[in-house]
Write a protein that binds this ligand. Structure first.
Ligand SMILES: Nc1ncnc2c1ncn2[C@@H]1O[C@H](COP(=O)(O)OP(=O)(O)O)[C@@H](O)[C@H]1O
Ligand SMILES: [Mg+2]
Length: 307
């Protein structure tokens, strides 16, 4: 659906906002572009939407070049921008109809009704936007972005500064959109968000795409388990036999712990546990905890900064 080749963007200030980005996005997937503030997420979206012109490289949307065929590619895209440009006295339905008109599409009352209903805005259709709650305003932005029936929807930080309840509503909504066959690309700096709704995750940092992975693959490839072994007696130093293993003593001296990466073979845990038992330490209990996408993300970024 989207094909990006060797994309570079250098702003006037000589700031490299995007460096050699290549990326393919499939039809019908939810793709999360994850990165800290200033990573280049908005610049990448703006380039695909044709709002910013890349310094070099190519972007194709459904096979059409975003510069040569701007009108065509823009018509396939709906964009929910990061900033709120909504401050008006128009009614919900009028503003959505108007946006559709901007794309040169003929009115389609049934489609607008369906869209407003799916966004739970139908009851509010005649309310002026200025009188809506923050969450409703966000949904109006989505309705506007969907008004011309785009195949692709971009959501730039859809849940930044939004409360927990609203965030959950937004996730459900995005998942529903995919059911309708819309390809969704969202940016976020909330790792949890990517973990919950995305099919694939791309990690962007300082203009570079560090990796692109299926979400499941990411956790499998980079995830770690921490195995914590609770002891019956306090331990002050790790027994000599175990000193070669990467085993540490907890702060309260009641347990020892070690890391096993998900990509290691399963013998990792049982071998280490066997070794611990052989030293004569008396084991009271064993706990494991798995690293989240957040830990993985921080590690990948930290690793990149070291290079
Ligand atoms: N119009 C602009 N002119 C100059 N620099 C910009 C402009 N827009 C963004 N930048 C810079 O480009 C980098 C990436 O910004 P942005 O794409 O907004 O990142 P993100 O959306 O990931 O927070 C930042 O360092 C930002 O300051
Ligand atoms: Mg941004």
């Amino acid at each position: 659906m989207i094909s990006i080749q060797n994309l570079n963007k250098v702003y006037d200030s000589n700031l490299i906002a995007l460096a050699e980005i290549s990326l393919e996005i499939q039809s019908g997937e939810i793709f999360a572009l994850l990165g800290p503030n200033g990573a280049g997420k908005t610049t990448l979206i703006s380039s695909i939407c044709g709002l910013t012109r890349q310094t070099s490289g190519f972007i194709k949307v459904s096979g059409f070049d975003t510069i040569k065929n701007y009108k065509k590619t823009r018509s396939l895209i709906g964009l929910v921008p990061q900033e709120f440009p909504l401050e008006n006295y128009e009614s919900v339905i009028e503003t959505v109809k108007f946006t559709r008109g901007l794309f040169g599409k003929t009115p389609d009352a049934d489609y607008i009704e369906k869209t407003l209903k799916s966004l739970k805005l139908w009851e509010k259709r005649n309310t002026p936007i200025i009188a809506l709650s923050g969450g409703m305003k966000r949904r109006v932005l989505i309705a506007k972005a969907l008004s011309h029936k785009p195949k692709i929807l971009f959501l730039d930080e859809p849940t930044s500064g939004v409360d927990v309840q609203l965030r959950k509503e937004m996730w459900d909504l995005i998942i529903d959109l995919r059911k309708d066959g819309v390809t969704v690309i969202l940016t976020t700096h909330y790792i949890k968000e990517a973990e919950i709704i995305a099919d694939r995750v791309g990690i962007l940092n300082r203009g570079k795409l560090l990796l692109v992975e299926e979400k499941k693959g990411l956790i499998k490839k980079f995830g770690k388990k921490i195995v914590s072994v609770e002891l019956r007696e306090k331990l002050h130093t790790v027994p000599k036999k175990l000193s070669k293993e990467k085993i540490s003593v907890s702060e309260d001296k009641n347990s020892i712990f070690f890391e096993v990466s998900n990509s290691d073979n399963k013998m990792g845990i049982s071998n280490t546990l066997k070794m611990i038992a052989e030293t004569g330490l008396s084991i009271k209990d064993i706990h494991t905890s798995e690293s989240s996408l957040e830990d993985i993300f921080l590690e990948i970024i930290a690793d990149e900064e070291r290079h």
